[in-house]
Design a binder for this molecule. Sequence first.
Ligand code: ARG
Length: 462
Amino acid sequence: ESAALWGGRFAGGPADALAALSKSTQFDWRLAPYDIAGSKAHAKVLHRAGLLTDEDLSAMLAGLDELLDDVLSGKFLPAEEDEDVHTALEHGLLVRLGAELGGRLRAGRSRNDQVATLFKGYLREHGRIIGRLLLEQVQVLAEQASRHLGVAMPGRTHLQHAQPVLLSHHLLAHAWPLIRDLDRLADWDARVAADSPYGSGALAGSSLGLDPVFVAQELGFTNSSANSIDGTSARDFVAEFAFVTAQIGVDLSRQAEEVILWATKEFGFVELDDAFSTGSSIMPQKKNPDIAELARGKAGRLIGNLSGLLATLKAQPLAYNRDLQEDKEPVFDSIDTLEVLLPAFTGMIRTLRFNSARLEELAPQGFSLATDIAEWLVRQKVPFRVAHELAGACVQECEKRNIELWDLTDADLAAISPELTPEVRSVLTVEGSLASRNTRGGTAEDRVTEQLAELRTRIADH
Ligand code: ARG
C-alpha cells in the first residue's frame, strides 16, 4: 500500500524525485497540533451527522489526544515517506485506531480546507504571541518617556537640527506606530476569526451534511467561510499577516537606526547596557549596537518574505493549486524572526542610558529657535512671510559673527528690524519654545504628560 493519501488510481508510488520535491513535513510539522485540533472538531461533526457512533467518537477523540501527546513529546514524528503533516498524522491515527475506525475520519474533508483552517489557527496563536512581545516594547518606550520627562533634545528633520523637542515626545513617536501595529493584528484576527474554511472540502463544499459553523466554533472561529472556493484558495490572510510583521520590522528598524546613530561618539546621546551590546574580537575598546543592527537587517528579511509571498499568490487560478504550499515558509520565518528579535530589542531599549546633559546642551544649537522668532513676530501681527525673512536675517547675522541667536543685543535686533523689540528674547530659550507648543500632540510638557496617559490607556486596551 502506498504511503500517500491518494494512491488508489495509481499503478505505483511516486518517483523519488517527485517525493523529494513534494515533501513538506520538514517545515509544516509545526502545524501538527492545529491539525489534530481540526481533526477532533471534524470527528464531532461527523458524529453529529450520524457518520460516527458514540463509541466511534470517544475512541476517535481518545486516539487523537494520544497522538497529540506523542507529537508534543516528540515520540511521534513524520516518517521519511510522509508527504505532509496531514499524511503523517493520518498514518499515526491509523496505527492507533486501526484502519476501520481510523479510515473514517477523512470523510467530508480535504487537505485543502484542512490546511487553510489550521494555518489560520497557527497564525492566530502567533499573532497573539507577537502582540504580547510588541506590547512589552511599547511599555518600555513609555517607561523611558516617563523617566525622562522634561529633558529637551534637538528635534530633527532631514537629520538637521529643526526645533527643540522633549526626549519623551520623541520616544513616544516610536510607540504610536507600534500601537497601530497592535491594532492591525487585532483587526486581522477578527477578520480571520469570521472565516473558518473547514467544510469547504476540496473546493465545492461537502455532501455529507456536516455543519461548518459548528466546526468553526469548535475551533475558536466566529463563523465559517461564506464561499468554499474562496475558503480553500484565498491566502490574503497570510499576506496581510506578513505585511503586519514586515511593518513591525520597519518600525523597529526606524528605532534601531537612531540607537545606532545616538550611540556614536559624535552624537553621544546614549550608552548601551553591557548585556545588550557586543565587543570586537580585535578592538578592545569597542561596544557595538548589534541588536539594533540585526533589527535593521532583519527588517529587510521581513519585507522579502512579504514580497515573495505576494509573488507566489499572484495569478493563481481558482481554486487550490499546489503553489499554495509555498505560503508557509516565508511567514514561519517572519514569525520566528520577530519572536527572537523582539525580546532582545525590548531589553536594549529598557536598559538604554540617556545622556540628558548632552541632549539639553544640543537642543538649542543649529539655530533651532529661529522658528520661535518668526512665530513671536506673527503674534505681533507681522505677516508670516516677513517674519520668516526677519528670523532668517537674525540667523545670517549670527552665522557671520559665529554667535547664537540669544547673543544678539537689543541694538543688533533693532538694526535688523524695529519690529524685533527686546521682548523677542523671551522666546529664545528652549523652555519657552517647548512650553509654547501646547496644543494637542505638541511637545509642551503638559501635552506630553497627557499623551503618555493616552498611550497608557491604549496599552491597557490591548
Ligand atoms: N501540503 C499542502 C499545502 O500545504 C496541502 C495538501 C493539498 N494537496 C493537494 N494535493 N491538494 O498546501
